[in-house]
Design a protein around this ligand. Structure first.
Ligand SMILES: Cc1ncc(COP(=O)(O)O)c(C=O)c1O
Length: 368
């Protein structure tokens, strides 16, 4: 079997390459005559007996290609899952009875809901924390078994200084998970900062085209990898091969998509700041998610999300197409998220077209 740390020509290690090169190179077949350049979709529920895989729930070459690529980018070993939340559930399933799990109160609401469900069934104690209070966050790690971090948070866009929190959690004997969906491995590599596990909704930037649901968990620990692989084998929450193929195809262009989307986001943040409908612009300074809080509250926000033509009113994020959504339209979104907050997932279209469309909708909100 090919060494996953080596590039397909077997001459270079991924560690010597820049992330944009790794995203294009990793997880390809070897440089041998008549090999396809891309790993094909292998549609197989079972394999001829006597090998390492045996059955479709235990492995698939298309998953492996995706896992090699994302693992190389995050600096660990990757397991693919049927969705981001399937990966989250697989990790949370490993937490011991009655253990305390620290989680940002503004983590993706699906993660918070899973913890609330586990707590309601007497499985864990979920400790929701305000991550903008760094000292309180450090203190909350004291008796935790697991510290869940998400940075930036969705959709409040709070940024956590990961390294000291990971250190405090480890001192307390806790494992640390970082949801790296918003930053992507191109902007933040939590394993290199000491995190035990990284989780992705690959549905978002990794796949990047709003056409696939997939998740991934990455770890540098062989022990954790084996435990998680065993759970995936047992439960069967792995992706379909075509999903893995689509996600890998998307990953190839992550660097250029993110560059363009990030440049667009920076420009829109500047322009949004001067608009009278906008009370507050939230942007962590990197990535392509922006949140605007509208002066006219929920009413103005609903008017804006229903008035654009380029920006698509839809949930989710991280695709090439720009999307917007008032997050509190979901009943499960916490009340600490402003009612008039609109999350913008900035895509790769021409920024002037994006601004003209958004400005038109914001102007309507001012006119009332
Ligand atoms: C930050 C974050 N983590 C996890 C998830 C869940 O991923 P999926 O929808 O692929 O299950 C999402 C989905 O929106 C998310 O935004």
């Amino acid at each position: 079997m090919a060494d996953p740390d080596r590039t397909p020509d077997q001459k270079t290690s991924y560690a010597d390459l820049k992330p944009a090169t790794v995203a294009v190179t990793a997880g390809r077949p070897g440089h041998e005559a008549d090999q396809p350049l891309n790993t094909p979709v292998t549609l197989a529920s079972t394999y001829v007996a006597g090998g390492d895989v045996e059955y479709g729930r235990y492995g698939n070459p298309t998953w492996t290609a995706f896992e090699e690529a994302l693992g190389a980018l995050e600096g660990g070993r990757c397991l693919s899952f049927a969705s981001g939340l399937a990966g989250v559930a697989t990790i949370l399933d490993l937490v011991g009875a009655d253990a305390t799990v620290v989680v940002p109160r503004h983590s993706y609401n699906g993660t918070v809901l899973q913890l609330a469900d586990l707590e309601a069934r007497g499985r864990v104690n979920a400790r929701l924390v305000d991550v903008t209070d760094h000292d309180a966050l450090l203190k909350a790690c004291d008796d935790a078994a697991l510290v869940w971090l998400e940075s930036p948070t969705n959709p409040a866009l709070e940024v956590i200084d990961l390294e000291p929190v990971i250190e405090a959690a480890h001192e307390a004997g806790a494992y640390v998970v970082v949801d790296n969906t918003f930053a992507t491995p191109l902007l933040q590599q939590p394993l290199s900062l000491g995190a035990d596990l990284v989780v992705h909704s690959a549905t978002k930037y990794i796949a990047g085209h709003s056409d696939v649901l997939m998740g991934a968990v990455i770890t540098a620990s062989d022990e954790l990898y084996d435990v998680l692989k065993k759970r995936r084998d047992l439960v069967g929450n792995a992706p379909g091969p075509f999903e893995a193929w689509l996600a890998l195809r998307g990953l190839r262009t992550l660097a250029v998509r993110l560059d363009r989307a990030q440049a667009n986001a920076g420009e829109l943040v500047t322009r949004l700041g001067g608009h009278p409908a906008v009370e507050e612009v939230r942007y962590p300074g990197f990535g392509a998610i922006v949140a605007v809080v509208l002066a006219g509250g929920a009413l103005a926000a609903d008017l804006v999300t229903h008035s654009t033509s380029l920006w698509v009113h839809s949930t989710s994020l991280g695709g090439v197409e720009s999307q917007l959504e008032r997050r509190r339209r979901w009943k499960v979104e916490p009340a600490t998220i402003p009612d008039g907050l609109v999350r913008l997932s900035v895509g790769i279209e021409d920024v002037d077209d994006l601004w003209a469309d958004l400005k038109g909708a914001l102007d309507q909100a001012v006119a009332g």
